[in-house]
Write a protein that binds this ligand. Structure first.
Ligand SMILES: [Zn+2]
Length: 219
């Protein structure tokens, strides 16, 4: 007994010939074709026509199958692009948290800044972190005011890499100047968290051999 009428079978025949139907639909149609002469004739006719379609490298050109392939390719491209975006976001976040020097280091985490005079007359301000774990001076920002006040602000990243916990940063003053700028007062820190380290006319002790060596080694 056929539970599907001939009109429906005839509608589905092209898909049956193209072999893109589900197993269940295929079984339904083969069952019907075995008992219905009219549909069987249509099927044979369609099969003959199908065989005449242009071929590609000897293979039957199958529009529906190639559409399926295309769709699969599009899905694959979307997946690859989504992965690339995810990787970029993670890399960006990692870089931002570990490489971007945005956090001023508290003056309490710093050693007391040392001021000394090198043999060549330059004054060196040394900032260091030797006692606090996992803090590294990664960058020092200079903030110059027109009145000659300077803030040296050691900065850190949000997540500091812990491979090194001792660091030094030296700032040099030559004849009361840093480059072209005249300096009268020098603080380490920020306006809200600062330590006065040098003022114009201040008596400065001679630099230790270690400081001389470190600064001259830096060129
Ligand atoms: Zn039929």
């Amino acid at each position: 007994m056929n539970i599907v009428d001939c009109a429906t079978i005839k509608d589905l025949l092209p898909l049956y010939v193209d072999d893109v139907l589900s197993k269940e639909s295929k079984a339904l149609i083969s069952g019907h074709l075995a008992t219905c002469e009219s549909c069987k004739t249509d099927f044979h006719h369609m099969q003959t026509e199908f065989a005449k379609l242009p071929t590609n490298d000897g293979e039957t050109f199958d529009v529906l199958k190639s559409m399926k392939k295309k769709l699969f390719k599009q899905k694959a491209v979307v997946a690859v692009v989504a992965c690339a975006i995810a990787v970029a976001v993670i890399a960006g976040a990692y870089f931002g948290l570990t490489e971007w020097n945005v956090v001023p280091i508290s003056t309490q985490s710093l050693d007391t800044p040392e001021v000394s005079e090198l043999a060549d007359g330059r004054i060196v301000v040394s900032m260091s972190v030797t006692t606090t774990d996992n803090i590294l001076i990664r960058a020092v920002y200079f903030d110059f005011s027109d009145d000659g006040t300077v803030y040296l602000t050691p900065k850190n990243t949000i997540f500091t890499q812990t491979w090194k916990s001792v660091s030094y940063s030296d700032f040099l003053i030559k004849d009361g100047r840093f480059g072209e700028r005249e300096i009268t007062t020098l603080y380490v820190g920020t306006p809200n968290d600062r330590v006065l380290v040098w003022e114009k006319g201040m008596e400065v002790p001679p630099a230790s051999a270690a400081v001389e060596e470190r600064v001259l080694g830096q060129g």
